[in-house]
Ligand binder design. Structure first.
Ligand SMILES: *Cc1c(COP(=O)(O)O)cnc(C)c1O
Length: 378
C-alpha cells in the first residue's frame, strides 16, 4: 500500500508534457489564462447574456438551431441524460458497436433498462449503412439508433451522415456521440437530422474538461413529452434542463463551472476566426501527414485511410514493445504523452490525438522524431 503521507506531499510533475492523447488535449494560452480569472456567479443578467452568447457560438460549431445545453459534467453525463430522457425502460434501441465507445453506449442503454441490440462490426472497421439497415430490418420494434461518430478507441470515423439518412427514412430517433469529432471534422446536426448530439469541452472544442454539450431537436422533445413513465433522476433529466434553460436570469439551477464556460468562449472565438472549414482541413492534412510518417517507420495502421478519424490515429506497436512501453518511453524521453489502446487493444495499439492547437505539422514532426528514436533502437 502507498504511504498516504508521502502521497499527499507528491505534486503533479512540474513539466507539462505535450498532450497527444486522444483528448483531453492541450489548450491555448489565452484559454488557460481565462481559467485564472475570478469566479463569477452562474446567474444574473450579466452571466445570462454571456452564457447565451456561448450557447450561440457552440450551436454554430455543431451547425444547429436546436436547443443546445452547456451543462456541468463530462460527455458521459450528456449521453446518460439523452438515453434516460428520450427512451423509456423496455424500449428497444439499436447501438453501433465497432469499438470501446460503441460498447460503452450499449452499456449506458442497458443501464437505463432499454432493450439494446448491438450492430456488431469488427474493431478497426466502420459501421456501414448496409449493416445498420439489416439490423433495423430484423428489429422493427426499435425506436432509436445510437452511434458514435468518431470511435476514439480505434481512430475510425463512422459514416454518420449516411446512417442518419437511413434512420430518418424509418422515422426513428437518432442519437450521436460526437465527443471526439465535433469541432474537428464535418458534423451538421440539423442538415443530417441528428435528434440528440453530445460532445464535451475538452476534445474538439479545445477547452479544459468540465462541461458537456447536448443538442436536443423537436423529434427528441416530442419523445420526452409523450412518455408514459416519468424520467428518473434529476441531473440527467433533459426535461429539467429545458424547464430552467429558458429563464433569462439563471440558465440552470445547478452551479456551473463558470471558469470553464469562459475558457470555452475564448476557444470558440479562436475556432470562429479560423473558420470551421479551415479547421477541418487542417486536422485532415495533419492526420494524413502523421499516418504517412508512421508508415515510413515501418509501422501499421489499424484502420484503412478511407475511414480514418482525423483527430485520433491508432497504429500497431513495433514488435517487441507493448503499448505501455511505447507510452512510457515517449513520455520520459521526449515529453510526448500518447495513449495505449483500450480493451482488447490495450497491449498492442498506440493512439495519438492531434486536436486543436496540437494539430500542426510541427507537432507531428516532434512526435515522429521521438517515435523514430524508439523504433530505431529495436
Ligand atoms: C472521450 C470520449 C467520451 C467520454 O467523454 P467524457 O467527457 O470523458 O465523459 C465518450 N465518447 C467518445 C467517443 C469519446 O472520445
Amino acid at each position: 500500500m502507498r504511504d498516504v503521507t508521502a502521497a499527499m506531499t507528491e505534486a503533479f510533475p512540474t513539466e507539462d508534457p505535450l498532450l497527444l492523447i486522444p483528448g483531453p488535449s492541450d489548450v491555448a494560452d489565452d484559454v488557460l489564462a481565462e481559467m485564472a480569472r475570478q469566479v463569477v456567479p452562474h446567474y444574473g443578467p450579466e452571466w445570462t447574456a454571456f452564457f447565451n452568447s456561448v450557447v450561440q457560438r457552440t450551436k454554430w460549431v455543431l451547425q444547429t438551431k436546436n436547443d443546445l445545453f452547456i451543462y456541468a459534467g463530462s460527455g458521459h453525463l450528456g449521453l446518460d441524460a439523452v438515453i434516460a430522457s428520450l427512451f423509456e425502460p423496455g424500449d428497444s434501441v439499436v447501438v453501433g458497436c465497432n469499438g470501446y465507445f460503441g460498447e460503452r453506449l450499449y452499456e449506458l442503454a442497458i443501464d437505463q433498462e432499454l432493450k439494446a441490440i448491438k450492430i456488431d462490426v469488427p474493431w478497426g472497421e466502420p459501421l456501414t449503412v448496409e449493416v445498420v439497415e439489416s439490423v433495423l430490418d430484423a428489429h422493427p420494434e426499435v425506436s432509436g439508433v445510437l452511434v458514435v461518430h468518431g470511435e476514439t478507441s480505434t481512430g475510425v470515423e463512422n459514416p454518420v451522415e449516411a446512417i442518419a439518412n437511413v434512420v430518418r427514412n424509418r422515422g426513428l430517433l437518432f442519437v450521436v456521440d460526437a465527443v471526439s469529432s465535433a469541432g474537428l471534422i464535418p458534423l451538421e446536426v440539423d442538415a443530417w437530422g441528428i435528434d440528440a448530439c453530445v460532445t464535451a469541452s475538452q476534445k474538439g472544442l479545445s477547452a479544459p474538461p468540465g462541461v458537456v454539450i447536448t443538442t436536443v431537436g423537436p423529434r427528441a422533445w416530442a419523445a420526452v413529452d409523450k412518455r408514459r413513465v416519468p424520467i428518473r433522476g434529476w441531473s440527467t433529466n433533459l426535461a429539467k434542463w429545458r424547464e430552467f434553460g429558458d429563464r433569462d436570469y439563471q440558465p440552470y439551477f445547478i452551479t456551473m463551472p463558470v471558469n470553464v464556460v469562459r475558457a470555452l468562449d475564448v476557444s470558440l472565438r479562436t475556432i470562429e476566426k479560423e473558420g470551421l472549414h479551415a479547421r477541418f482541413e487542417r486536422h485532415r492534412a495533419v492526420s494524413e501527414y502523421l499516418r504517412r510518417g508512421i508508415r515510413e517507420l515501418g509501422l501499421e495502421m489499424v484502420c484503412h485511410d478511407a475511414h480514418a478519424l482525423a483527430p485520433v490515429t491508432a497504429f500497431r506497436c513495433p514488435s517487441g514493445k507493448t503499448a505501455h512501453q511505447v507510452r512510457d518511453e515517449l513520455l520520459s524521453e521526449a515529453g510526448v504523452h500518447v495513449s495505449p489502446g483500450l480493451g482488447p487493444w490495450n497491449k498492442d495499439v498506440v493512439r495519438v490525438g492531434l486536436m486543436g492547437r496540437n494539430a500542426t505539422f510541427g507537432t507531428v514532426e516532434r512526435f515522429l522524431t521521438a517515435l523514430k528514436g524508439i523504433v530505431g533502437r529495436l
